[in-house]
Design a protein around this ligand. Structure first.
Ligand SMILES: NC(=O)C1=CN([C@@H]2O[C@H](COP(=O)(O)OP(=O)(O)OC[C@H]3O[C@@H](n4cnc5c(N)ncnc54)[C@H](OP(=O)(O)O)[C@@H]3O)[C@@H](O)[C@H]2O)C=CC1
Ligand SMILES: O=C(O)[C@@H](O)[C@@H]1OC[C@H](O)[C@H]1O
Length: 464
């Protein structure tokens, strides 16, 4: 049923805005408008398309503070994080704009003529974004899709539509054609489903839970619709005895507490070699407790609230706040969806060690040797990211190759750069986003043969 969405500030539970939802009939009208705008956009000379997208990036840049403020209010993200998120949109728009003129085809030698391969835009693309990183994840689909000559219909999560709506206004200000980039707020099962099922939508880019991703994949399959899925994770952080243990312990809290653990790349399984386990735990405790929790507007804050009461209930269903824990941080009392940093000691097959919790909770598990570490690391259905800490370069390469995940980092927890490919193995997704192939993912490949002579033969190949 259609109604207005009440957008809450997760740190205070105050209503910061109300936003109307989009009905299936409105989705249909939006697809038609987008299709008309896309035809015009695809015909714009590549250099001009790139220039308009760079202008969009510049307008976003001029609005970084305001966008970050909006993110802080609707998602509860600490100000510094929110500023990074808005900057990521700007950077990705610049990167995608640079790809417009480089979306080259190929020429392959054949007998009797010229054989060329070209990349053509798909048409109208639906981007269904989650609430955990509302701005960057929306941009990861939107920017390259626009750059490749497509129109984009973005459905933000129902809890976080405000930055998306503002980005659509900024796109118009920058000179993007009316209708080319539209934001359709609404609920997944209504607005999202209408978009996924619409025959005028050529591709769906979805980021969210594996369960919803599977449902969307099944609906797309019914129309052989193109699809990219960026789903959940349960990423390992493997600490070998030969690592710089102090550095590994100092870096661990950020890897599962950033964004209050609502990060599909969160290193929420910490695997520690048994011989250094006690030392690591001794170092981890003060590091977790020093992670500053509180008002997202305070520049010193590192961790804000969870997104919603429902998300807090989900985290509690795995670990109630009064359950025994090896390490537990503080959380503000009173209004807001707060939950304390929590570290459990566990076993590889514990539910908390294999399922995505999406909160500030990590499980620490001891291992004996390299083979044991790899076995435990791979013992989940997910395969998005992972880290390993070691001083042995041979081990770093061996283990990186052996862990079944799309993005690994050594002596670091970074996963996502807009200029490198990102995506998951196994149940963590399908396809890749970002990186040099980001635009190609929004094109069809067409091969054309031009004969040098009018031919009455079906084949011009040398032999059959
Ligand atoms: N990979 C990641 O980055 C993310 C993973 N998750 C995981 O998922 C869990 C649950 O979060 P949740 O918000 O329910 O995630 P969902 O996967 O349900 O939501 C993600 C997006 O999909 C939309 N959606 C939901 N159902 C449908 C549908 N049937 N058709 C089309 N679109 C749909 C949502 O809309 P609406 O907001 O209206 O529900 C939202 O925009 C989290 O705890 C976490 O484990 C969640 C977010 C991001
Ligand atoms: O989808 C996610 O949660 C991750 O890809 C996340 O998004 C922005 C961060 O840099 C990533 O860790």
């Amino acid at each position: 049923m259609l109604h207005e969405l009440n957008i809450l500030n997760p740190a205070t539970e105050e209503v910061v805005a109300t936003v109307p939802t989009t009905s299936p009939e409105q989705v249909d009208a939006a697809v038609r408008r987008a299709a008309a705008a896309q035809e015009t956009w695809a015909a714009v000379a590549p250099g001009d398309r790139a220039r308009i997208l760079r202008r969009f990036a510049d307008v976003v840049d001029a609005n970084i503070s305001a966008l970050a403020e909006l993110e802080l209010r609707e998602a509860g993200h600490p100000l510094g994080n929110a500023q990074w998120e808005a900057g990521n949109v700007r950077d990705l728009l610049h990167y995608a704009a640079g790809g417009v003129e480089r979306l080259t085809g190929t020429q392959i030698p054949v007998a009797g003529g010229l054989n060329i391969t070209v990349q053509e835009p798909l048409g109208v693309v639906a981007v269904i974004a989650p609430w955990n990183f509302p701005m960057p994840i929306a941009a990861w689909g939107t920017a390259p899709a626009l750059a490749a000559g497509n129109a984009v219909l973005l459905k933000p999560a129902e809890t976080t539509p405000l930055t998306a709506l503002r980005l659509a206004e900024l796109a118009l200000e920058a000179g993007l054609p009316e209708g080319l980039f539209q934001v359709l707020p609404g609920e997944g099962p209504v607005t999202g489903t209408a978009l996924v099922d619409h025959p005028g939508v050529a591709k769906v880019v979805f980021t969210g839970s594996t369960a919803t991703g599977r449902q969307i994949a099944a609906r797309c399959a019914a129309q052989t619709k193109r699809l990219t899925l960026e789903l959940g994770g349960k990423s390992p952080n493997i600490v070998f005895a030969d690592a710089d243990i102090e550095a590994a312990a100092a870096a661990a809290p950020g890897s599962f507490l950033d964004n209050t653990g609502q990060d599909c790349c969160a290193r929420s399984r910490i695997l520690v070699q048994r011989t250094v386990y006690d030392r690591f735990m001794e170092l981890l405790e003060p590091a977790v407790k020093a992670f500053t929790v509180g008002d997202p507007a305070d520049p010193a804050t590192q961790m804000g609230p969870l997104i919603s009461a429902a998300q807090r209930e989900r985290v509690r269903s795995y670990v109630p706040e009064d359950a025994p824990a090896a390490i537990r941080g503080e959380a503000p009392a009173g209004k807001g969806f707060w939950y304390p940093a929590t570290v459990l000691e566990g076993r590889p097959d514990d539910r908390t060690a294999v399922e995505e919790i999406f909160g500030p909770v990590a499980v620490v598990i001891p291992f004996d040797d390299e083979a044991d570490a790899v076995r435990i690391a791979n013992a989940t259905d997910y395969g998005l990211s992972g880290s390993l800490w070691t001083r042995d370069v041979g081990r770093a390469l061996r283990v990186s190759r052996a862990v079944a995940a799309g993005n690994l980092s050594v002596n670091s927890h970074s996963s996502v750069r807009y200029w490198t490919p990102f995506g998951g193995f196994k149940q963590s997704g399908l396809g890749r986003e970002l990186g040099p192939d980001a635009l190609t993912a929004f094109t069809e490949t067409k091969n054309i043969f031009i004969s040098t002579e009018i031919s009455t033969q079906n084949s011009t190949e040398e032999s059959k």
